[in-house]
Design a protein around this ligand. Structure first.
Ligand code: AMP
Length: 281
C-alpha cells in the first residue's frame, strides 16, 4: 500500500491505471477509519482493480465555531486498517496542496445546500462538493463509494455528478451501526458515557417513525411529533431538526408516499449527530 501526498503524483498514477484499462474504486474520507468507512473500502475492493481512499480533514467545510481543530485524527491506525482492508493507495494531501494561495473556485449546490444540515452549517455543502470534485479530478475514479449515513451529502454529490457530467459512477452503501443501533461516526468519540448511552435515541426515533409508516400512518406531522417527544424526553439531547423529505429535492413531503427520507439531527453537548432511514411505501 502506498501513501501519496503529492497531487501530481496521484494524478499520474491514476492516469497510468486508466491507460491500462484498470478500474479505480475510490472512497473519500476524513480519516479516523471505522467500520462505516471500511464497508465502502471492502465494496470498492470487491468491485475494482485498484482501490484508492483519501484522508483529508477538509478545513473549508467546517464553520468557524465547529470542530476542525479537535476532529479526531489517527493516521497510524488508519494506515493499518486501510492496508488490512485491501487499499492500494491512500491519498493524503496537505491543506496547502489542496488550497494553495489564491484558491477561489467552488461548486454551487443551489438550494440543496440550504436544507437540513445546511441550515445550521451555511456553506458546508458547497465546500464538500468542491473538495469532492477536486478529489475526483485528482484520483479519476471509475466508481466512488459513499455512505447513506450522510444522506444529504450523497444526494448533493449524485446531483453534481449528473449536472456536471462527471465521468464516474456513484455507489451508496447502507448506514453501518454499532450493536445498539447508533450510526458509526468519527464524532461518536466526543460523547461522554451518558451521552453515548442516550445517543441511541436517534436510531430509536427513526425505528418508531418507520413503524408508524408501516402501520399506515402517512402524516409526517404526526410522525415527527412523536419523534420529537421521544428525543425531547432524552436527557442531554437537543434537537437540530427532524424531517421527512423527498429523496431528490430534500423538500418536506406533505404525505408519506413513494420513497421518503426520514432524517434527524441532534446535539449532545456540542456534538452534532445525524442519522436517517429511507422508507418505501
Ligand atoms: P467521513 O470520514 O465522515 O467524511 O466519511 C467518509 C465516508 O464514509 C462518507 O461517504 C460517509 O458517508 C461514510 N460513512 C461514515 N460513517 C458511515 C457509517 N456509519 N455507515 C456508512 N458509511 C459511513
Amino acid at each position: 500500500m502506498k501513501v501519496i501526498t503529492n497531487i501530481n503524483q496521484m494524478q499520474s498514477l491514476s492516469c497510468s491505471m486508466q491507460k491500462k484499462g484498470k478500474t479505480i474504486g475510490f472512497a473519500p474520507t476524513m480519516g479516523c477509519l471505522h467500520d462505516g468507512h471500511l464497508s465502502l473500502i471492502r465494496k470498492a475492493r470487491r468491485e475494482n482493480d485498484y482501490v484508492v481512499i483519501s484522508i483529508f480533514v477538509n478545513p473549508t467545510q467546517f464553520g468557524p465555531e465547529e470542530d476542525f481543530n479537535r476532529y479526531p485524527r489517527n493516521f497510524t491506525q488508519d494506515k493499518k486498517l486501510a492496508k488490512l482492508a485491501g487499499v492500494d493507495v491512500i491519498f493524503y494531501p496537505t491543506t496547502q496542496a489542496m488550497y494553495p494561495e489564491g484558491h477561489k473556485s467552488a461548486v454551487c449546490v443551489g438550494d440543496l445546500g440550504d436544507a437540513l444540515c445546511g441550515v445550521s452549517r451555511p456553506g458546508h455543502f458547497s465546500a464538500v462538493a468542491t473538495v469532492v470534485l477536486k478529489l475526483f479530478n485528482i484520483v479519476s475514479p471509475s466508481v466512488a463509494y459513499f455512505g447513506q449515513k450522510d444522506a444529504q451529502q450523497v444526494m448533493i454529490i449524485k446531483r453534481m455528478v449528473r449536472d456536471l457530467n462527471l465521468p464516474l459512477k456513484i455507489k451508496v452503501l447502507p448506514v453501518v451501526r454499532e450493536r445498539d443501533g447508533l450510526a458509526m461516526s468519527s464524532r461518536n468519540s466526543y460523547l461522554r458515557r451518558e451521552q453515548r448511552k442516550n445517543a441511541i435515541i436517534l436510531y430509536k426515533s427513526l425505528q418508531t417513525a418507520v413503524g408508524m409508516i408501516k402501520s399506515k400512518n402517512k402524516v409526517p406531522r404526526e410522525i415527527i411529533c412523536l419523534m420529537r417527544e421521544m428525543i425531547k424526553s432524552t436527557s442531554g439531547a437537543r434537537i437540530d431538526y427532524i424531517k421527512i423529505v423527498n429523496l431528490e429535492t430534500l423538500h418536506d413531503v406533505k404525505t408519506v408516499k413513494g420513497c421518503v427520507l426520514i432524517c434527524v439531527a441532534v446535539f449532545f453537548g456540542k456534538t452534532h449527530l445525524i442519522d436517517n432511514m429511507i422508507v418505501r411505501v
